[in-house]
Write a protein that binds this ligand. Sequence first.
Ligand SMILES: Nc1ncnc2c1ncn2[C@@H]1O[C@H](COP(=O)(O)OP(=O)(O)OP(=O)(O)O)[C@@H](O)[C@H]1O
Ligand SMILES: [Mg+2]
Length: 288
Amino acid sequence: MSDVPVETAKPPAPQGALGSASVPKLELNNLYISYTDREGKTVQAVEDVNLSLANKPGIGELAVFLGPSGCGKSTILKAICGLMQPDSGQVLIDGVPVTTTGRDRGMVFQTYTSFAWRTVRKNVEYGLELQGIPAKQRKEQALAIIEQVGLKDFADALPKQLSGGMKQRVAIARTLVNKPKLLLMDEPFGALDPQTRWGMQTLILDVLKKQDNTVLFVTHDISEAVFLADTIFVLSHRPARVLERIEVPYFESRDQSVRNSTEFKRLESHVLDLLHKLQVKGNVRVGL
Ligand SMILES: Nc1ncnc2c1ncn2[C@@H]1O[C@H](COP(=O)(O)OP(=O)(O)OP(=O)(O)O)[C@@H](O)[C@H]1O
Ligand SMILES: [Mg+2]
């Protein structure tokens, strides 16, 4: 669809920032993934997905997957995380094929994942424990990130004492504390109220800038996609295929006020328009 993608000039990258940009951070090549149940019935979840995200040292990159429920977004993220092997095709990170999970990647799952018997702080410390980081440093690092996600007063609480949105923030803190270079976030803010959500969006952008991560983020929220993304991938109905790659102009100061800008609103309506057109063509169902 030639009238929809929006490629707008970005400000020049910092000096030397693209120095090692020749090898993409992430490449998905001809990715096919299916599930087979006990009766041998196969569901094709992902079909010939191809995409590439440039390595952007000193800048970071945030790509968003937008696509209908059940289309295969979580499946793609699991394959990148190394939790699932594709039937065919390849996932390459820094040019190296993914065969298993690794500390270079961190995943925030769609369902909250915390150890029920560990306090919030102990949950957040878990990955640091695995890395053999001494107790004092673990505690400091965990408390810092717990404060950033707004759970300072709940560091000693157990997950059962938390609301859904608070559990979600624990899951985010657990992943962020490990400082993964590739951050996979599967609808991480779904259970949050708008104000908390905006705070978490700002936190992710801060982390991205400071740690120059690459983030792959799933959301159903178009405004969130436009606010966060450098690149939006619009996916088809299952089996997931990439229908459109939209380059989002770089909002230099991406604070919340940018949402009121004409450019932001224009982009939102571009994405909405694209989804409507795809829906009309039968590629995307209502209810994105
Ligand atoms: N463990 C599984 N076993 C069998 N089929 C599965 C399994 N996990 C997912 N699927 C199927 O694969 C397809 C894609 O699922 P996936 O979870 O990747 O979708 P999604 O795009 O993340 O959806 P949502 O937006 O609702 O989270 C769906 O049809 C789903 O039923
Ligand atoms: Mg999902």
